[in-house]
Design a protein. Structure first.
Length: 385
């Protein structure tokens, strides 16, 4: 037993010694081939300088909001629910499945309609001293930087060739009257600009600390102009809130419009029945007969029925108004947008440090690969002999 333990210790000492020997040999080879590492640095450092000083500065602005909704059941309205019940108004409950959950807001921000809306919103650009839309800025004023051009035709060349090969031909213009004027049609260049603006905006959901059931939204925009970045973030937040509110109350507004029309019809019917009954009573004040009594009962029944219908229509209308006010989402601004003072990219020191690290890494890795390949070749040579 002691002999086996002693043998294992010796083997471990030998393996550690061999490892130290190989490491020393590898370091010695790195010193000998330091010129190769310098060549690698001469490739990565200029690229880092190009990216650090030749890229267009990008500015980020963000805004945080919190959606709030009233209680979803009539019982939670307290005294208001009891008073509504006494007036014959039933306050309906609304399930969570009928509402737009905050987790769905990022999906709304990715829709084409949302992106077009924010892309066409006029923004103030400091460099232009003017208010124009993001689409107009990127199509008429924004020019790719030297670094962007170099990256586009070097690293991005395969993607550029692939997009060219897979690009679809533009459909020919419709001659004469358009058979489908109700369908939206956009050209490829416009959609690319819309996509570029849309990708500059991100919407994320965040859980508020100590409130696991309360969700806030962070709307962030990145633009090459600080004022435009702040304006785009504000426009995206406003459009998101407007889209959610429209989606939530669209069905209720349609129902409310119908109930208002129905209420007005029942109101007119009630007033006409009331007027007809009053006129008939005045005409037959001093006259009594079976036919007059029968007509009086008919008008009285019509008046009673029209009043009941009018009262019911009024109750339904008030119920719909309460539902509209209750189900309209309210947004609280937690953090308002602020014009950024510093660009988020390029981070010059970080880019240069990364370029230095990559140059050293690739140089050492290639030398190590050569060392490994030569070792395998030497170990395989005796067997071939």
């Amino acid at each position: 037993m002691d002999k086996m333990t002693h043998t294992e210790v010796q083997e471990d000492e030998i393996s550690i010694a061999e490892l130290i020997q190989k490491a020393a040999k590898f370091l010695s080879r790195i010193k000998k081939e330091k010129r190769f590492i310098i060549y690698c640095l001469l490739i990565t450092i200029p690229i880092g300088l190009l990216l650090a000083f030749g890229s267009t500065p990008q500015y980020s602005a963000s805004m945080r909001i919190m959606p709030y909704r009233a209680a979803s059941s009539g019982g939670n309205l307290g005294n208001l629910g009891g008073l509504a019940g006494m007036a014959g108004i039933k306050i309906p409950s609304r399930g969570a499945e009928e509402t737009v959950q905050p987790e769905m807001y990022p999906d709304i921000a990715e829709t084409l309609g949302f992106r077009i809306s924010i892309a066409e919103t006029p923004l103030y650009f400091t460099s232009l001293n003017d208010r124009i839309s993001s689409v107009s800025y990127f199509s008429e004023y924004a020019e790719p930087s030297f670094a962007d051009q170099v990256m586009r035709y070097t690293i991005g060349l395969p993607k550029l060739l692939l997009s060219f090969l897979l690009s679809e031909k533009e459909l020919p213009a419709v001659q004469g009257e358009d058979p489908t004027p109700y369908l939206l049609k956009y050209n490829t260049n416009y959609l690319e600009l819309i996509s570029k603006v849309g990708e500059s905006v991100t919407v994320e959901t965040e859980q508020i600390e100590n409130f696991s059931t309360v969700t806030s939204l962070k709307i962030e925009a990145v633009m090459p102009d600080p004022q435009a970045a702040a304006g785009l973030a504000k426009a995206a937040a406003d459009q998101l809130m407007e889209s959610v509110i429209k989606f939530e109350i669209r069905k209720i507004e349609d129902e409310l419009a119908y109930l208002e029309e129905h209420h007005n019809n029942m109101k007119d019917r009630y007033f006409k029945a009331q007027e007809s009954l009053a006129v008939f009573r005045d005409k037959t004040r001093n006259t009594t007969s079976s036919s007059i009594q029968s007509e009086m009962e008919r008008l009285q029944n019509e008046f009673t029925m029209s009043y009941d219908l009018y009262r019911s229509a009024r109750a339904e209308l008030e119920q719909a108004k309460i539902k509209l006010n209750r189900d309209t989402p309210v947004f609280t601004i937690l953090e308002n947008v602020v014009v950024p003072n510093q660009a988020i990219s390029p981070r010059k020191l970080r880019v240069l440090f990364l370029a230095l690290f990559l140059g050293l890494f690739f140089g050492v890795a290639i030398i190590g690969a050569r060392e490994f390949w030569e070792q395998i070749h030497l170990e395989g040579s005796p067997s071939k002999a």
